[in-house]
Design a protein around this ligand. Structure first.
Ligand code: DGY
Length: 329
């Protein structure tokens, strides 16, 4: 019997290729296919599964793939899924939670320190040979802000938020505030985290971390009104999705020094455009969406996504079916 065909838009490791080829016929497409919807539709026509990250899965694409049973994201976020369209067609959707929590939390702490202590700005200054230009006068131009004992506000207290809270409370003696749909009694007990309304959190925090998923409700939830509530010394960190912040409002707040700095792993448009004003601002730390990008974690994510895919095409329940699609058999 021939094996089901799956379209893979990802460079596979040997381990992943071997595992997948036991169960499926693999069609490996180049990453560039993501931008060419017609080519993508043609390649998906006979596929039972799709392994990728970030491809917009909507009715138009699903209509071109009538045999598709499962889309497996190599990411924890799944804002690329049109849930209604997938439900209507009975297509399963999975993600890769758990394996990246600590890696992303580490990066968030890195962004907090980088933005507060101005690491990229001062690193660039040293490399330009400008260290000695102050001539031994004051070193005040190098001053940053303390991370330890500051107040951290986490918007979206999921697993990654809790991993950041742990580091902040136990490693940096920070006071932890959080805003979330549900209270988190365990985080309150373990890390002394205190629940706040969004408005209170924005007003009281020194560091504001965006960790909420991108949904229609969270789209551009941080705009001018929210920036106006923040302390002038606030540092905003976003390692979730760029569209949660109103980017022009953030640029204005940073340019006018209404907040101290930002640390960004994500942007409204990715890759970020070369002329985006954020790239010109010394008080912004910019990264190319690498929250989970360590060799080990990306390996674990790929293998988790491969297992989800194989479960979906072999009639089993994938371990990480996203909750909104849990009823699909
Ligand atoms: C995730 O896993 O969602 C990361 O942000 C990479 O997209």
């Amino acid at each position: 019997m021939s094996k089901p065909k799956v379209l893979v838009i990802k460079t596979l490791s040997e381990e992943a290729r071997q595992y997948l080829s036991t169960y499926c016929e693999i069609d490996e497409a180049p990453p560039g296919i993501i931008a060419d919807r017609d080519a993508l539709k043609a390649r998906l026509a006979g596929a039972s599964g799709l392994l990728q990250s970030g491809v917009a899965i909507n009715e138009e694409l699903l209509a071109a793939a009538p045999g598709l049973k499962i889309v497996s994201n190599i990411s924890v976020g799944y804002n690329n899924y049109d849930i209604q369209a997938m439900k209507a067609r009975g297509v399963m959707g999975t993600n890769t939670p758990y394996v990246l929590d600590d890696t992303v939390a580490d990066l968030i702490v890195g962004l907090m320190i980088s933005a507060a202590r101005r690491l990229p700005e001062l690193d660039a200054m040293v490399k330009r040979g400008e260290w000695g230009e102050l001539g031994g006068k004051s070193d005040e131009p190098y001053f940053g802000l303390d991370v330890h004992h500051a107040t951290l506000g986490i918007i979206g207290m999921g697993r990654i938020g809790e991993a950041v809270a742990k580091r902040a409370a136990h490693g940096f003696d920070m006071k932890v505030l959080y805003s979330n749909r549900n209270r988190k009694p365990e985080a309150e007990k373990q890390y002394g985290a205190e629940y706040r309304t969004m408005e209170q959190l924005l007003q009281q925090s020194d560091f504001i971390i965006i960790m909420t998923p991108l949904t229609p409700e969270t789209h551009r939830m941080i705009g001018k009104e929210q920036f106006d509530m923040m302390k002038r010394t606030a540092i905003l960190i976003n390692a979730s999705r760029g569209q949660i912040i109103d980017e022009p409002a953030m640029i204005a707040a940073l340019q006018q020094k209404r907040i101290f700095a930002a640390g960004l792993d994500v942007f409204e448009q990715e890759p970020v455009a070369a002329d985006n004003p954020l790239l010109q601002l010394p008080n912004v730390v910019t990264l190319p969406h690498i929250g989970s990008a360590t060799a080990r974690t990306r390996h674990d994510m790929l293998m988790a996504a491969a297992r989800n895919l194989v479960a979906g095409i072999t009639g089993q329940r994938p371990p990480n079916l996203v909750p909104e699609l849990a009823e699909i058999e």
